[in-house]
Ligand binder design. Structure first.
Ligand code: AGP
Length: 606
């Protein structure tokens, strides 16, 4: 949520800042801006909208300067507009910010009383004026510390000063921030992705730390101003994964990548010769885990829900699932025998991170399942299980969802075997079936179906419903979420058995309803629920597997058949047509698939 970049160099920086902002756009695309220092002046260029608008504006002027900061915004305080776009500058100081300053209203009042004049409606602008105030009587470091101490809430900041034209200040509390090391230049970025095209040498700031970045050196300080030494990490992954290639959208590419990301993940965790799931260095003994709590947001929460069904099915453990933004503010009864599992693609989601920190503070066993292994959630968990998906750029999560489910399933099967809930024979059988998964996902993706035709009805619909039982219920929630976020169509996911308790009243003639009914133990019941909606005029799209001849059902509007697989693994296959349904419906409506309105990829504010 909001992207930050800063560069201090011995050559002009505006074009490199623009390039990095293009990469950061997945974090926010309401507005964009750059400020550089040149000839003793701060020059600021900002616009409402995307980075390509900013680029056009900059191409009309010659934005010089060897030190600069840039920002892409996901609006929190104040509408998306040029005036509210970052950087926020006075004549002497310019600031970019990711996060929320919760006491900005009080601080603004105090500053106005001291004669400060505000231009924007943002919470960020108070930071600029606080610094101006403190710098009147304090040196740089003291002014930074005093300013940061005055702020409540979360922030990652990049700050430049007219009077200290060689440096950039970076500071973080709650929101992620990294620095990068280059040849005769150094960088600041809200994630390593922004810096990767310039360097693979990265250091992450910890909560409360700030740094002074000059083109040849970087100094780090803790919240009290004491110098700290930091490790430099060397990132390996190539830049190619960040390109769309011949695809029109990242989402289409990421859907198609699923067979390979599943294969990679299975290769990482399964020892194929010994038929063994390896959770290298898993730190807890079998008797130390008596219950499981899975925590996440959005799509990650849906993978937690699927996990609940698996853990209940395959182990004797008590399993609970929680939405991170609820968990963090509830009066939780912490349980030292519980394994708290945090699921997050980005590893930076503010609510999930706060829930993790809460568990860490209470000395709980914390494990995270993440895609970005350098992320805050991964770094602060006691044990990390990466999903090995490669970068996911499309705002709508696709391959990461399958990756999250896969790692939860691997963990579940391993725990179940290691606690003696399934025997060796069953364990090996499950591993064998997992080895088939990548090919079956591939077949499901390539299967010829009428999805593009089906989308026409969804594109014209006022609303739709997604129904399922068992594992297919969380998948229904996920299918509905995808359609909402990409095609802006009201969609509700429901347990199929709940329809008659209220939502059936919503069904009217011609309403498209997706029924997810693989041939598992819930099949017949789901088909009965399907008949109830058909009888009330719904146009049903049934997603089932090839051998669905157990129950012959007439009046089904459309049917998509997936491959046959072990019951546990249907969630992986039935998800694919739902991803495509959302993709093609949004395409038909002409929406921006990789950057849906009002959203951002990495949700670093609560
Ligand atoms: C899914 O399509 C989303 N855009 C969103 O729900 C996402 O899954 C959620 O914000 C959690 O993100 P995370 O996995 O990075 O924590």
């Amino acid at each position: 949520m909001c992207g930050i970049i800063g560069i201090t160099s011995n050559k002009p920086v505006s074009s490199s800042i623009l390039n990095s902002l293009k990469k950061l756009e997945y974090r926010g695309y309401d507005s964009a801006g750059i400020a550089t220092i040149n000839d003793g002046l701060i020059n600021e260029v900002k616009c409402q909208g995307r980075v390509d608008v900013l680029e056009k504006n900059i191409s009309q002027i010659n934005l010089l300067g060897n030190v600069g900061i840039g920002h892409v915004r996901w609006a929190t305080h104040g509408i998306p507009s040029t005036i509210n776009a970052h950087p926020h500058s006075t004549e002497r100081i310019s600031v970019v910010h990711n996060g929320i300053i919760e006491n900005s209203v009080d601080l603004k009042k105090l500053l106005i009383n001291k004669g400060h004049k505000f231009k924007s409606q943002t919470d960020t602008e108070v930071i600029v004026h606080l610094l101006v105030e403190y710098l009147k009587n304090n040196k740089l470091n003291e002014s930074i510390i005093k300013t940061l101490n005055d702020l409540d809430g979360s922030f990652a900041l990049g700050i430049i000063f007219k009077d200290m034209p060689e440096l950039i200040i970076g500071a973080r509390r709650g929101s992620p921030l990294a620095v990068g090391y280059g040849p005769n230049e150094n960088y600041l970025g809200s994630d390593s992705y922004a810096l990767k095209s310039m360097t693979n040498k990265i250091t992450y700031l910890n909560d409360g730390e700030f740094c002074i970045i000059k083109k040849k050196d970087i100094d780090f300080f803790d919240s009290k101003g004491k110098k700290v030494n930091k490790k430099i990490l060397h990132l390996s992954s190539s830049d190619q994964n960040y390109e769309k290639g011949e695809y029109k959208h990242f989402m289409a590419k990421e859907i198609d990548e699923q067979p390979i990301t599943i294969k990679n993940c299975i290769n990482e965790y399964i020892d194929k010769i010994n038929n063994e799931i390896n959770l290298h260095n898993f730190p807890w003994k079998k008797d130390e885990i008596k219950s499981i709590k899975l925590i996440g947001c959005g799509t990650a929460f849906h993978s937690c829900l699927v996990g609940k069904y698996w853990f209940e099915q395959l182990t004797n453990l008590d399993v609970q699932v929680d939405i991170a933004s609820e968990f963090r503010y509830r009066k939780n009864k912490f349980n030292e025998d519980c394994l708290y599992i945090f699921i997050s693609q980005s590893g930076e989601t503010a609510d999930t991170y706060a829930a993790l920190n809460l568990c860490n503070k209470n000395n709980m066993k914390t494990c995270s399942i993440v895609n970005v292994v350098e992320s805050s959630i991964a770094r602060d968990s006691k044990f990390v299980l990466p999903i090995h998906c490669g970068p996911e750029i499309g705002v709508a999560s696709t391959k990461a969802f399958l990756g999250q489910m896969l790692v939860i399933y691997l963990l579940c099967v391993k725990i179940s075997f290691f606690k003696g809930d399934i025997n060796k024979h069953k364990y090996i059988e499950k591993i064998k079936n997992l080895k088939l998964l990548s090919d079956l996902v591939n077949k499901t993706i390539s299967a010829e179906n009428k999805i593009q035709l089906i989308c026409n009805t969804f594109a014209d619909a006022k609303g739709s419903m997604f129904l399922g039982r068992g594992y297919s219920y969380p998948i229904a929630l996920e299918g509905a979420l995808k359609l909402k976020e990409l095609a802006y169509i009201h969609a509700e996911g429901y347990p199929a058995g709940e329809m008659k308790h209220g939502p059936l009243a919503l069904i009217e003639d011609g309403m498209p309803v997706v029924v997810i009914a693989p041939k598992d133990e819930h099949y017949k019941k789901t088909i009965s629920n399907m008949q109830e909606v058909i009888a009330r005029g719904a146009k049903v799209l049934l997603i089932t597997n090839k051998e669905d001849n157990q129950v012959v059902s007439e009046n089904i509007w459309q049917k998509i058949e997936i491959e046959n697989i072990e019951n546990d693994l249907y969630p992986f296959l039935v998800t694919i047509p739902l991803q495509k349904l959302a993709y093609y419906t949004a395409l038909k409506k002409g929406y921006d698939i990789d950057k849906p309105r009002n959203l951002a990829k990495s949700v670093t504010v609560e």
